[in-house]
Design a protein around this ligand. Structure first.
Ligand code: AHR
Length: 332
């Protein structure tokens, strides 16, 4: 069944038109505005710190490569720190980068809350923060821009696809991402916003698989143990957890993609391979290749130029019938 793609593009453009606004750097960062005697900085002049959250998924690996490769291509000096999925480590990383007096700090916050203090420290040191991939629940003046996806819309897209696939009737289990993270919060909410209009679609269980394949598999095995063939659909907040769920479903003796419909998010290569094998029914794109846009924003910030408060990624939805043709073109 081919679902009208038009349905999925309209909200993307609406959100771009509706929410993106330009903002100058907050006043307390005005010392970063170049004075009339100073020359504009170029990429080769920049020292950029990056506090990555970890390496939990295929998506994250592609995101890290994009940041590192782009820095190298542009000649930017990159100080890259990996927090190994712990917020304390990520906070520590920001403090190290402040001591090192980098020009800009990029961060993908592992969870939404708990950043005010350390972001304020960066602001006091005159170092602008760019949120990459994930938002943080902080006042607007504590970061200069957010570069990343509309996670709410990703959840809505997944629900619209699911509703079409199951004809408005399903017993769904949900594999949630990292608890407290922006994508898990918004994909959870966006999905529910849509399925509330489908009385035949019920979420019978929802649990975190922490965005990893191993946890996705474990949680799905436990769901199957408890609900067995009552489960007719899986909504996974990312492809890695969907791939883990596919393994658990096969071990249980059911056919993923047929006995149990599966929709996930990311559009990583592993998802395309699963769609080609008929085991995954759709994947909603979440683009990790943010390196070029991130460094462009960083350069503009240090040169005191206008930058948007939100730079949203343009993303699509992919289905099994196109997977074989599209896979060779995928970069992650
Ligand atoms: O923040 C983006 C999410 O983080 C991706 O969907 C997921 O795969 C990753 O771990």
């Amino acid at each position: 069944m081919r679902i009208s793609r038009f349905l999925f593009f309209v909200p993307i453009f609406a959100s771009i038109l509706g929410f993106v606004g330009c903002s100058r750097q907050p006043d307390s960062l005005s010392t970063l505005q170049p004075d009339s005697n100073s020359l504009e900085k170029r990429y080769e002049d920049l020292i950029v710190g990056y506090a990555q959250l970890g390496a939990e998924s295929e998506w994250r690996a592609a995101n890290t490569i994009s940041i590192k490769e782009t820095a190298e291509q542009l000649g930017v000096e990159l100080r890259f720190l990996d927090a190994q999925q712990k917020q304390d480590n990520q906070i520590e990383a920001i403090r190290k980068l402040i001591i090192q007096k980098v020009d800009v700090i990029g961060i993908s916050p592992i969870v939404e809350t708990g950043w005010d203090e350390v972001f304020q420290e960066a602001k006091d040191a005159g170092i602008p923060i760019i949120l990459v991939d994930r938002r943080a629940a902080v006042p607007d003046d504590l970061y200069v821009s957010y570069l990343g996806s509309d996670f709410l819309e990703e959840g809505r897209k997944a629900a619209r696809i699911m509703a079409e696939l199951v004809d408005g009737k399903a017993s769904i289990v949900e594999l949630v991402g990292t608890i407290g993270s922006a994508p898990a919060n918004d994909r959870y909410t966006g999905f529910r916003e849509v399925i509330k209009d489908y009385p035949g679609m019920k979420i019978i269980a929802s649990e975190s698989g922490d965005f990893t394949r191993a946890r996705g598999r474990e949680v799905m095995a436990a769901f199957l143990e408890k609900y067995g063939s009552e489960i007719t659909a899986v909504y996974a907040h990312n492809d890695d957890m969907a791939l883990g769920a596919i393994e658990a479903i096969e071990e249980y003796g059911l056919k993923p993609g047929e006995d149990i419909m599966i929709v996930s998010i990311d559009a990583a290569r592993g998802a395309f391979e699963a769609m080609i094998a008929g085991k995954l029914n759709a994947t909603v794109e979440c683009n990790p290749l943010l390196g070029p846009q991130f460094f462009e924003l960083a350069l503009k910030v240090v040169n005191g130029q206008l930058i948007p408060k939100w730079v949203p990624s343009i993303e699509s939805v992919f289905f099994p019938e196109d997977a074989a043709e599209i896979l060779p073109t995928r970069k992650y």
